[in-house]
Design a protein around this ligand. Structure first.
Ligand code: ADP
Ligand code: MG
Length: 849
């Protein structure tokens, strides 16, 4: 267990005003607020691991505060250094430095590589990333198109930002160049406090992996299998300005709120952590992205240092107090850092080992620089491939989740439909008329199913026609992708021994070796042997062929891109349609509500009619009154049943079959009651001896002087009229419900089809993605080949020219030699002639003597 190392740094004062009331006094590792005349103000004195005064340099801050953490990171400990403080207090100056005084980040980067150089018994793999958190959104500073990235957590990788670009690097200059590029993408704004104040939190991250070098000649690497992986975070926080003080408004105000919120969460986390393990309870890491990313650094396995920067001016005293209080709390946090050794395939170094070893063998004997470049390139390619795969896996996971949710919603809707159908089928009063309805419903169903099939066809796309099993097979292949990053197929076509030799020799630019260039052994080249004599023509041919291949590959790529765009459009359309269907489903969900309202209205009408009818029956004991009251009871309980059912349907509670059973039972009882009432009504039509008493009443039919028999008949007629109206209304409602159910079924089917289609399209899109990336790889390979061949061609042409030049010179020399030979020959001839004539003259002379 070790405490977080906390330091305070005072920035040089920028205002020429002298202090009027108080000033911050720095003495050793203590900072305290003093009155103008030197006496300290009680309660405002703080001690930290280090306090750096205005004259301190970044070099000193690095040496005392951060260096140990950086060295520990190389040894396998996680490390984090971050700068906290109000705007314009010097956080960015400390982390990024100035032209004359390099900041902590660049010093750390240089130090890491210097330390690695000194460790000869381990090999290292370093990758870097750079992100900013702006308005609670994570953006990649190495790649502007990577915006709004998500944080994920996995057993193997812990907490990580999905889709963040990581770059494998092998020297400090490379890293510094990347940071420079990243800085351009940072969000800056202008506030009164600081003209170029940083408005986002930035996290520069180095992942250092290392493993012992395999010195065992037998190749048994088990003893050195453990790989150390450490993460180094260098964090520059945005300032915690008070909004009123900065004069921020609009966008700046919104930024300020986000900044303050995340810093507040950071403060809360620090508070909780400083409370000690027992009282701690829940720590709100998840309340902000900053604390979530820094979670391991703040309360776990990391060596951490915080530099709290303060502004010395009197106007900032309140902010400074806040910063010092934050620093005091942070000082109480303890972390437990340990070397991270892993034996699984989680380490990139391990996953890449085989490929790198392979490449190393192939490049053996070549120039060290070339070897390093090739290895770095391969590593970066493999990393990119892995990151891409990881991103796709995350997308797939999210897609699966949303798919599950949709399934759940469909199931719920299906249950509602089932309940409504149950209600309808059990509340049928007239079985006979029901038969007619059933047949009508059947025909409607058939119509609907026909139309749904038709719609299914209308929505189908060419890929939908593919055998569904094909996708299943593909998906299973996809799910069994190996954990390591395999070389693309096309790459293995050319990465043979000869090719690597050629690549090496290519660097030597040797004409002799060029003649032996085994590039013609490429599968994509004609395999006929080419001798240097006819090489020029063949080169031309090869170039032509390569050009053609290039064109074809480009066409392929364009075609794939076009298809991809089309698929995206289709996806959009499908998404629109799905949202329309969801709207429809929503409307259908409202049906029980509307039905319940209609039932309520019917109930009112029914009650009105009953009360009118009852007002005409003065004698509560008469059989008509009894019948009336039992009818009223039946009607009321019927309506109550209906209302209960609809309200349950609306509350989603009617899904249990028990409830349905009760309602069905109730319906049955009501149905029987109603039947018996009607029967008794019919029976009462026959005048009995008890009813012979003649009473002159005003019956609702308006006929004065009706006898009781006549009166009953009138009542009966009226009641049956009412009943008929109610029945009709009921059937009307039932029909409506039925129709809506049908619609719901059709919508569901359509939804299912769309869903299936969408899934297939997604798989297609993934395939197309794969194809596009394959063909771009092919394209780049072909381009490389073409460039090599062009280079060869140029050299050959140059060689030819040289030869022609030599031949010319030789011809000139030959001609002059020939000329001199001819003149020599003629000289000799004339000399011979002369000699001969001299001989002929001297001979007769001598004979004559
Ligand atoms: P912050 O990142 O905290 O908002 P900056 O680092 O941008 O603040 O600092 C604000 C200004 O103060 C910058 O112009 C910076 O150069 C200057 N500054 C900060 N700290 C120092 C220091 N220790 N020495 C010299 N100049 C400093
Ligand atoms: Mg800053």
């Amino acid at each position: 267990m070790e405490k977080i190392c906390v330091a305070v740094r005072v920035r040089p004062s920028v205002s020429s005003e002298s202090f009027n009331g108080a000033y911050w006094n720095v003495e050793d590792n203590r900072i305290s607020l003093h009155r103008l005349h030197g006496t300290p103000i009680s309660g405002l004195s703080y001690t930290f691991d280090h306090v750096f005064d205005e004259s301190s340099t970044n070099a000193r801050v690095y040496e005392l505060l951060t260096k140990d953490i950086i060295h520990a990171a190389v040894d396998g400990f996680n490390g984090t250094a971050f700068a906290y403080g109000q705007t314009s207090s010097g956080k960015t100056f400390t982390m990024n430095g100035s032209e004359t005084d390099a900041g902590i980040i660049s010093r750390a980067v240089k130090d890491v590589f210097a330390k690695i150089q000194m460790i000869s018994d381990r090999e290292f793999l370093i990758r870097v990333s750079y992100l900013e958190i702006y308005n609670e959104e994570i953006n990649d500073l190495f790649s502007v198109e990577n915006q709004k990235l998500q944080i994920h957590e996995s057993l193997e990788r812990g907490i990580f930002v999905s889709g963040l670009r990581e770059e494998i690097v092998n020297n400090a200059e490379q890293v510094l160049k990347l940071i420079e590029l990243g800085e351009v993408n940072r969000h800056f704004g202008e506030t009164n406090m600081n003209v170029r104040s940083s408005r986002s939190h930035t996290i520069f991250r180095m992942v250092i992996e290392s493993k012992g070098k395999d010195t065992d000649s037998s190749g048994d690497s088990s003893s050195v299998d453990a790989i150390r992986v450490s993460v180094l975070n260098l964090v520059d926080l945005a300032g915690s300005e008070r909004i009123a003080k900065t004069g921020a408004d609009g966008v700046r105000l919104k930024e300020g709120k986000y900044i303050n919120k995340s810093l507040m969460v950071l403060g809360n986390v620090i508070n909780k952590l400083s409370e000690g393990a027992k009282q701690r309870g829940h720590i709100p890491y998840r309340d902000s992205k900053l604390t979530r990313i820094l979670q391991p650094a703040l309360g776990g396995n990391a060596k951490t240092s915080i530099i709290c920067t303060i502004a010395p001016e009197e106007v900032h005293i309140e902010e400074t107090k806040g910063t010092l209080q934050f620093a005091s709390r942070a000082k109480r946090i303890t972390n437990c850092a340990q070397v991270n050794e892993i034996l699984t395939d989680a380490a990139l170094l391990k996953r890449q080992k085989l490929e790198i070893e392979d490449l190393r063998k192939k490049l053996q004997g070549s120039h060290a620089e070339v070897l390093e470049q090739e290895i770095l390139k391969l590593r970066n390619d493999m990393l990119k491939y892995e990151l891409e795969r990881e991103k796709l896996a995350t997308e797939l996971e999210e897609e699966r989740k949303s798919h599950k949710e949709r399934d759940q919603r469909i199931r719920e809707q299906q249950m509602k439909i089932d309940n409504l159908s149950n209600l309808v089928s059990f509340s049928d009063l007239d079985r006979n008329s029901n038969q007619g309805q059933d047949s009508a419903r059947q025909s409607l169903k058939e119509e609907c199913s026909e139309s749904s099939v038709h719609q299914g066809d209308a929505f189908s796309t060419p890929c939908f026609k593919a055998d569904p099993k094909a996708f299943v097979v593909k998906r299973s292949n996809y799910s069994t992708l190996p954990d390591y990053s395999p070389l693309p197929d096309t790459f293995s076509n050319v990465a043979d021994e000869d090719t690597w030799q050629k690549m090496n020799k290519g660097y030597m630019a040797d004409l002799e070796s060029l003649q032996m260039t085994p590039a013609r052994k490429f599968q994509s080249f004609p395999s006929n042997d080419i001798t240097p004599a006819c090489s020029n023509d063949n080169f031309k041919q090869e170039v032509q062929q390569l050009k053609r291949q290039l064109e074809i590959a480009t066409e392929d790529k364009n075609e794939l891109e076009r298809k991809h765009a089309e698929q995206i459009m289709l996806n959009h359309q499908l998404m629109d349609e799905i949202s329309e269907l969801q709207q429809e489903a929503k409307l259908i969900q409202e049906i029980p509500q509307r039905l319940s309202e209609s039932v309520g209205n019917c109930k009112d009408v029914y009650e009105d009619i009953l009360s009118i009818v009852q007002s005409f029956v003065s004698d509560g004991e008469s059989s008509t009154a009894k019948l009336l009251s039992s009818t009223s009871e039946i009607g009321k309980s019927l309506f109550t049943t209906l209302e209960t059912h609809f309200s349950m349907a609306m509350d989603d509670r009617s899904s249990s079959t028990g409830n349905n059973f009760l309602i069905q039972e109730q319906c049955k009882v009501l149905y029987e009651k109603l039947n018996s009432t009607i029967t008794s009504l019919v029976l009462s039509e026959t005048p009995s001896s008890e009813n012979e008493e003649v009473r002159v009443q005003v019956c609702s039919c308006g006929n004065k002087g009706c006898t009781q028999g006549g009166e009953t008949a009138c009542w009966k007629e009226e009641l049956s009229n009412e009943l008929n109206t109610i029945k009709e209304r009921y059937y009307g409602l039932e029909k409506e419900l039925d129709h809506n159910n049908q619609l719901l079924v059709v919508s569901k089917e359509r939804y299912d089809i769309l869903e299936r289609e969408f899934r297939l399209l997604k798989e297609d899109r993934d395939l197309l993605h794969q194809m596009v990336s394959d063909s771009s790889q092919k394209l780049s390979l072909v381009t490389d080949q073409k460039e090599n061949v062009l280079k060869d061609l140029n050299t050959e042409v140059q060689r030819r020219k040289n030869l022609e030049e030599e031949i010319k010179q030789f011809s000139v020399a030959f001609a002059s030699r020939q000329r001199s030979l001819i003149s020599f020959h003629s000289d000799i001839k004339s000399n011979c002639e002369k000699l001969r004539t001299q001989c002929l003259v001297s001979l007769p002379k001598s004979r004559g003597c």
